[in-house]
Write a protein that binds this ligand. Structure first.
Ligand code: F6R
Length: 613
């Protein structure tokens, strides 16, 4: 979950690493630190709290030099504190390391090292790695050998970056498994290392991605890529065409607000190059769909976590309605622990913004072992979920920094719609007329989303009225039922208000007992095949004294009569409605949290990439 940055070159590493860490703070923000090789010794500054705090510490007590490494942490072992913050230094003071992952056998290793008289200064599992490297160095190994010997002894998934006074002209980085990426940024007479692209994108857009079981020895002029036993590997340099500006907050108060407002443009990018209007064809080239005989596919499983799983639930309606293939949506963390029934007649689609979510990657691996075809819908370029899949669809929305996902929710909805049309086409289910109608509906999405965004002021008024509530119930049906879940998740994760979501038809089976004057109901009921049913369910809630916020299609008089407050979306085809309906819910959640003065971009206890189980 944590963020890592490293630099080697002639510049002072400290400001480069500090700025890089600020861009990665979304990955974890309970403590941070930097280590620099200052001539012959290692200088470390670290503290609990956010990067700004580390910045203050560095201005009072500066360190300068190169190479250097830095880390922003999301605690797994040991509370957030100065002593548990990374970088961690070896027992002889010759090695310093930052780490992302969990050492599964750290207790055994710690006992062994302590029996040799090595003293531990933190409660972290990471400290075992640095002491092991130091012991191998002390025993006469080179830094590379010491790292290799250490990696052979630790279990689990890891990304590590190491520097040493013994060999100050190099940085060693390694990746084992899926605990987060390691990317090397190429400069001239300098090189960069990071866990994620945004940290170093302002310096270079030429990157090398480490795969699992690979390590790199990096000097200012050279990069050697190798397996963990030292066999050299050729590397491929990838050019990242993200705009570094889109990773910066600009005039917005929070990244989340910026990312909500980016959606009209971002979804234009998602669609870009995917529709051939001349013959109404969908082109998802990176999916490699032609390698699969779609007519032989018996079912699709979508695996994802959190917001991405909600996108998958909308995808179920889209694929089943348009392509008539049965779809099951599985929460990735549940998938592999029940011996799931998947085989080569099925396609498993993983959805992930970060492409590094440990549960999703593990579920992909489980499905792969059982013979299923694996596709992914991913935002982070070069991420594991992109690489592990036989084919992928890139969300194409640029970096998402706010911890609460917004544009990386609407983008997969667009992708899943395109995929549904493509699958239907492969199955010969669509006549030209229906295909071009479906295509014209999806191409209107950026404009319609733009209209929803222009209505922010109306949503702010609703936010003002409801900002002090303690509980709220979100209701939806059919294709908008997942939108109720997503709206409730957005509100709870950033405002800490208890927001519960229910399929509206389930109300009468229990939850209706909750409704009273203190429990407002937010009903999502645009004009769609479930509209009439939603009307009667809202009537039932109203009859029990509940205050109602109704999300409805422009001009709907019946909805207006029922709503104490209204959120309006423009008229659209029912399969498009979810993409529009979620926008006012994102805006509502954002403004309630902002009005409460909460840390919208970095809500408590959360991190952007969940690279632990
Ligand atoms: C909520 C949110 C999370 C993520 C989930 C999966 O706003 O962002 O629920 O959707 O942690 O993350 P990815 O998509 O990176 O796999």
């Amino acid at each position: 979950m944590c963020g890592i940055v490293g630099y080697i070159g002639d510049k002072d590493a400290t400001p480069i690493i500090l700025e890089g860490l600020k861009k990665l703070e979304y990955r974890g923000y309970d403590s941070a630190g930097i280590a620099i090789l200052d001539g012959k010794s290692i200088q470390v500054r670290r503290d609990s709290g956010k990067i700004a705090h580390l910045g203050e510490l560095l201005s009072k007590d500066p360190i300068h030099g190169s190479p250097g490494i830095g880390h922003t942490r999301w605690a797994t072992h040991g509370e957030p504190s100065e002593r548990n913050a990374h970088p961690h230094i070896g027992f002889n003071g010759q090695v310093v390391l930052v780490h992302n992952g969990i050492v599964e056998n750290y207790l055994d290793l710690k006992q062994e090292l302590m029996a040799e008289g090595i003293q531990f200064n933190s409660e972290t599992d990471t400290e075992t790695i640095v002491h092991l490297i130091e012991s191998y160095l002390t025993a006469g190994n080179s830094l590379q050998e010491a790292v290799q010997n250490t990696l052979a002894r630790i279990r689990g998934a890891h990304g590590i970056v190491v520097i040493s006074t013994r060999e100050p002209e190099k940085i060693i980085a390694a990746r084992i498994g899926n605990a987060g990426g390691v990317v090397i940024g190429l400069g001239k007479g300098e090189n960069y290392i990071a866990s994620d692209i945004p940290a170093i994108l302002e310096h270079t857009n030429e990157m090398i991605f480490l795969e699992s079981q690979q390590m790199a020895v990096i000097t200012k002029d050279d990069i050697k890529l190798m397996t963990l036993n030292g066999t050299r590997i050729n590397y491929k340099i990838e050019k990242i065409d993200w705009d570094p500006i889109s990773a910066v907050k600009g005039n917005y108060r929070h990244f989340m607000q910026k990312e909500i407002h980016e959606q009209a443009r971002a979804l234009t990018d998602t669609l870009a190059g995917r529709i051939d209007f001349s013959n109404s064809n969908i082109q998802l080239n990176t999916l490699n769909i032609d390698k699969i005989d779609i007519n032989k596919i018996t079912g699709i499983k979508i695996i994802a976590c959190g917001t991405a799983a909600h996108a998958g639930q909308v995808g179920k309606y889209l694929i089943e309605s348009i392509a008539r293939i049965p779809v099951e949506v599985d929460i990735a963390s549940e998938f592999r622990y029940r011996d799931p029934l998947v085989d080569k007649s099925q396609i498993v689609i993983a959805i992930s913004q970060s492409g590094e979510t440990a549960d999703t990657l593990a579920a992909m691996e489980e499905a792969r072992q059982k013979g299923a075809h694996i596709w992914s819908i991913v935002n982070a370029i070069g991420s594991q979920a992109m690489r592990l899949a036989e084919g992928f669809i890139s969300m194409q929305v640029g970096p998402e920094i706010g911890v609460a996902s917004t544009k990386a929710f609407t983008a997969p909805l667009v992708d899943l719609y395109l995929l549904a049309v493509l699958l239907a086409d492969k199955k010969d289910l669509l006549c030209d007329e229906s295909k071009s109608k479906l295509i014209s509906q999806i191409s209107m999405v950026p404009d319609l989303v733009g209209t929803c965004l222009e209505r922010e002021a109306e949503v702010i008024e609703v936010a003002r009225k409801y900002k002090d509530i303690e509980h709220i119930l979100y209701l939806g049906r059919g294709i908008n039922m997942p939108i109720a879940y997503e709206g409730a998740l957005k509100l709870k994760e950033i405002s800490y208000i208890h927001a519960e979501a229910y399929p509206a038809g389930e109300m009468k089976h229990g939850p209706i007992a909750l409704i009273d004057k203190q429990m407002p109901v937010l009903a999502i009921m645009p004009k769609d095949p479930w509209y009439e049913k939603m009307l009667s369910q809202v009537e039932q809630a109203k009859a029990r004294g509940g205050k109602t916020i109704i999300l409805a299609t422009d001009g709907d008089k019946r909805a207006k009569e029922l709503g104490d407050d209204m959120l309006w979306i423009p008229e659209a085809a029912w399969m498009i409605n979810p993409i529009l309906a979620v926008i006012p819910l994102q805006i509502l959640a954002y403004h309630i949290a902002a009005m409460k003065g909460l840390d919208v971009d970095q809500p408590r206890n959360l991190a952007k990439s969940v690279t632990v189980e």
